[in-house]
Design a binder for this molecule. Sequence first.
Ligand SMILES: [Zn+2]
Length: 361
Amino acid sequence: MATELHETICMAKQEKHKNLFLNYKNLNNFPVELLKDEGLQFLERLYMKRNSLTTLPDNLAQKLPNLIELYLHSNNIVIIPEAIGNLARLQSLDLSNNALQMLCPEIGRLRSLRHLRLSNNQLKCLPSEIGDLQELETLDVSMNQLIALPEKLHHCLSLQNLTADHNHLRHVPRQLCWLHRLNQLSMAANRLNFLPLDLGRSRELQFVFVDHNSDLKGLPSYLYNKVIGCSGCGVSSQVQEEGANDTLGALPAEVKIVGSRSSTVVPLEELALRTLHRVYHHRLSDLHLLPNITLPKTLLDLLQFPLGHCHRCSQAMFTIIYPKLFPLRDTALAGVHRRTTVSFVAYCCSSPCLRTFDLQG
Ligand SMILES: [Zn+2]
């Protein structure tokens, strides 16, 4: 086997191969032949799945400087060296089915990276530097032990496909609704009990899978016309369907008042925030008319990421919502979701919007 491996690598080196297949070779260590002398300067794709590697060499980027795709699926890799960040041309990195417990922040230096697969490891958190990956299109972190997604994930403006099934996630960061290229979001089998009000507002988002989140009772009605997976959701609410709060599940902490059809007056605090938001987002040219007041950063953040937008009129909302429930059993989707008890929820900005909103409309 050792001789065969040696020959394969030597031939790849002499003939300047771009692809090298070293899958199923029983490798415990990274082959030294790959790292000798000047390495393999022409290699672009390295396939090393189903071996027994436990780490990667520090000089990988020096010896394989033109690597574009690196496949390390099904090894025993526990740690990735910081030097991984030097693989400047790397576009695809597959580390699925390994033993990773942490990922170094240097991963954020892989500025060409488009596909990152980390499923089936033992990751409890991810570095916020993942947010530096501006080209990232696919991120698969399913089957780990994550309690939260990376803080700056919404900076990955190219993200199209996010898969985070089978983790311990409690919420979908609201800012992900602003990822305009996101097409598929999969967060099945987590601990979600609430979805951001704006989820599905982006036309690009077409596939949302949140199956087996037993505490998830309400789906934003923006998802009504998308492909959704929600079987096994809302199972813990079967006994108590009465009471809007209960059916909605948990709402974010900043929602102080949940409006109802009868509350016709919008609270002053909410009106003030809506006015400020209009000034900041729609009438920037009018800013010079305002007195020169510096707003606190927390308030500016809030203005940048409202709680959600009215499903009827698109008005931004900050501290209140007027919810309206459409049990899934009353919709055309009921047939495909027979085992679920979740409802679609329209979130409106005022009682007039609440009265006039209809799912079909
Ligand atoms: Zn409205």
